[in-house]
Write a protein that binds this ligand. Sequence first.
Ligand code: AP5
Length: 222
Amino acid sequence: MIVILLGPPGVGKGTQAKRLADDRGWRHVSTGDLLRAHRRDGTELGRKAQAFMDEGELVPDDVILGMVDAEITLDDVRGVVFDGFPRTVEQAEGLDRLLDDTDRSVGLVVVLEADDEVLVKRLAGRRSCPECGAVYNVHFNPPETEDRCDRCGHEGLRHRADDRPETVRTRLEVYLEQTEPLIEYYGDHPAPVERVDGAQDVDEVATELARAVRGVMEGAAG
Ligand code: AP5
């Protein structure tokens, strides 16, 4: 099954996508994480993406679609959870074409929602481990020892450069202008769309998300 998590920056797409993918043994595909990996590795794609990401703007659709095309394979037949992709109507159309070529289709779109005040606080408090990618929050989910990763023990958690308040403002505007119209696109799409309150705590959001996935899977099984 192919699940898309849509929603503004900081709403919890990454947190929930990782959890759902781990629970189900599915693949988690985050275009943000893929782009950050390209930047770390100094690839040409990473260099192309850098300025857009640092300004809080979207990376061009052709770059993103090429990256996703190279990333998803027929081995992902059991399931994929997309987080942060698609982000424009062009990307959504491109994904439909990619899936069509391999006789697959989007099974569920989940829109996570929360007020800007919640999002800004979460992004200000987010810290991640540069070594293993684990994500924490100084307000809501701090590591056991300050500034040390619980998972791999790395000292020195990082605050993402694009989580600075002025870049967060741009990212929220970009979401409203370029990504929110996707909700309408999926309204006319065969895949069901579920809205989930992302301001609830992590477990409550995960429970609602799992319920929505189960509903679609049971429906498909007849
Ligand atoms: P990307 O990395 O995708 O960033 P984003 O969509 O802005 O989303 P975030 O990662 O900021 O937030 P999230 O919703 O995943 O929240 P998280 O779970 O981390 O993209 C970065 C940039 O890359 C873009 O600006 C763009 O330039 C480029 N890009 C990426 N994809 C692209 C595409 N398809 N097209 C074009 N450009 C693209 O949670 C946030 C914090 O809150 C964490 O600290 C977490 O611990 C905490 N938290 C999560 N859930 C809860 C909860 N329920 N309660 C309390 N705290 C919570």
